[in-house]
Design a protein around this ligand. Structure first.
Ligand code: PGA
Length: 253
């Protein structure tokens, strides 16, 4: 109990490869809504090119990256370090998104190294995991995702509230499909047990977000599920008009 009662919901937007200066007005509108929903933590994980302008536009609002390199600096063409993200004004970063695990062939070990470097450098982390449709249909989702989490978790996390896990079934991302409430509850329960096994009591303070086709029409039902401590939202985070109702649902839960 104890810590589990104190977990604030976190609703984070993941803009993926969307957004230029023309969309800064959406960032400003979402940040304004944050003031009206102070029971919930909000963040927007933006393209690297937009982080600095967004962070300047909405001081105090949590702007994040979508990936980070595990090395401090060096010959890594096209990559961004923890210090660079912080320098641009980021407060957090996503690591291990399934789109990167697939397209950039990131392994659990890569994701673990990124999470470790980000936390050590003062960035909060949202670490993503999730199963393919084939794994879900084989009835292996919980076993596979639990193994993925165990292999991706950094050895230590410091303050539990600076580290979140996002369960994102690959087949639910951008498809409009969402697992049943019972399936989400089963998965989040298993992930909570893994977090407690790994970090002891601090594992109770880590937030477990659900991600994959979260929108205004399903958010309240998802937030009501045990051990769902918020959401990682892709498509529905791109505009304030889609995102704010999700934030409202989180703040009413
Ligand atoms: P979606 O994406 O909300 O568009 O399904 C979620 C994500 O990939 O983080």
């Amino acid at each position: 109990m104890g810590l589990s009662m104190t977990r604030r919901k976190l609703v984070a937007g993941n803009w993926k490869m969307h957004g230029t200066a023309a969309e800064l007005g959406e960032v400003e509108a979402i940040a304004a809504a944050a003031q009206a929903h102070s029971r919930v933590d909000l963040a927007l994980c933006l393209p690297a090119t937009l982080i600095e302008r967004a962070a300047r536009a909405v001081p105090g609002f949590a702007i994040g990256g979508q990936d980070v390199h595990e090395a401090g600096k060096g010959a890594h063409t096209g990559c961004v370090s923890v210090a660079m993200l912080r320098d641009a004004g980021a407060a957090l970063t996503i690591v291990g998104h399934s789109e990167r695990r697939q397209a950039q062939h990131e392994s659990d070990a890569d994701v673990k190294a990124k999470a470790k470097a980000a936390l050590a450098g003062g960035l909060d982390v949202i670490l993503c995991i999730g199963e393919s449709l084939a794994i879900r249909e084989q009835g292996q989702a919980v076993a596979v995702v639990d193994t993925q989490l165990a292999a991706s978790l950094p050895t230590s996390i410091g303050q539990p509230e600076s580290f979140s896990v996002a369960y994102e079934p690959i087949w639910a991302i951008g498809t409009g499909k969402v697992p049943s409430a019972a399936d989400i509850a089963e998965m989040h329960g298993a992930l909570r047990r893994r977090l407690i096994m790994t970090y002891g009591d601090a594992g109770r303070g880590v937030r477990i977000l659900y991600g994959g086709s979260v929108k205004a029409s399903n958010a309240a039902e998802i937030f009501a599920i045990d051990d769902v401590d918020g959401a990682l939202v892709g498509g529905a985070s791109l505009t304030a008009s889609d995102f704010i109702p999700i934030v409202e649902a989180a703040s009413q839960d």
